[in-house]
Design a protein around this ligand. Sequence first.
Ligand code: SF4
Length: 421
Amino acid sequence: MPYVFLQTFGCQMNVADSNDVAERLFTHGFQTIGDPGKADLIIVNTCSVREHAERRARVRIAEFCRMKKPGAQLWVIGCMAERLGERLMKDIPGVDRVIGARSLGRIDEITARAFPGQHADFTGIETTGEASDFISIMRGCNNYCSYCIVPYVRGPESSIPAATIIDAVRKKAGQGVREVTLLGQNVNSYCDAGIDFPDLIREVAAVEGIKRIRFTTSHPKDCCEKLIRTIADEPKCCRHIHLPVQSGSDRVLSLMNRRYSAADYRDRIMMIRSLLPKADITTDFLVGFPSETDADFEATLALVEEVRFTGAFMFAYSVREGTVAANFVDTVADAIKRRRLKMLIDRQTAITKEKYSAMVGRKVQLMIRGRQLKRDRLWMARDYGCKRALIACDDVQAGTILQAEVVRTSGMTIICERTAP
Ligand code: SF4
């Protein structure tokens, strides 16, 4: 039986793609292994969103090339594979195959050709045993934000048929999955034969065995009232909206081609808070975009103060070859970018800590995700919003939902004690 070692870089879409690839390989008789030196097939699923992500992947790939056993193959898949193609095989000798993000649907055929002795058997697919899993509902993106490489490497937006998604959710529920995260670059524009994203959520919620639904990512321009009302009406939907804003400055948002203003974004926040007052709202920020002034950055800080996000992913802009913004010449000096990023992180982290501290004494509903430390009976969990939790208890397993009280916080984690249901 051949062994596969799979390493994933990048976003949840990549994690979902890796899970799909692993599942396909299981049908070809592969088993996973934790030691790349013993694997018959090493796969690295890559990310192209930032230069840094590509550099890290290249270092890892070169390491794997050195450690792979004689006769083993090394495949590079995903976004960097799409962007650079077979150039990667010249750049890093030892890479045997490059499979771009848009060609992952051909993984069965490629595996059958590369490992001809391995016959596909779709009956006994191995499961991961996880209670929480990702399901891709869309591919690609049509938004062409000026800084982003994704539309070029993942191609135009397309929605996976609702029937295929529901089949996948049913299958996962049968394998013990209790929480699904629906993934797309812009889930709000999901559309399949008249079924929009809120309709899809209702269909997923009707699947027996599924207890919680999450999704990401929402584009603010498409985040509509129907979606928020659906979440409010559907108890299986977690109270968490990730709504990337990127900047608080209208001028920068326009240069980014985000197609909303800071006022539009504030309106969305007000709508969410009026319908889902307890929801966690998180976001993404990109600071140091070409020509960003002190005044633009102040507008971002003002938005942070006003919205008081539960959390944020914050990055300094780095140029991606092939995007529109790569042609913008008025760049911001690295030292200024670093200073602004630090100021933003400091302020948002303080707000996040205040929000977490305010949870002490509150009742929360947790879903157990997995064991933390056997000796201490500690389990990792997630609340009904986006917060990570730790709880000590017996007689639970991944997927158990229980009531608890927050007794203290530790960094970005709430520490809870179980209460009566
Ligand atoms: S919405 Fe914008 S940032 Fe997100 S994937 Fe599409 S182009 Fe990139």
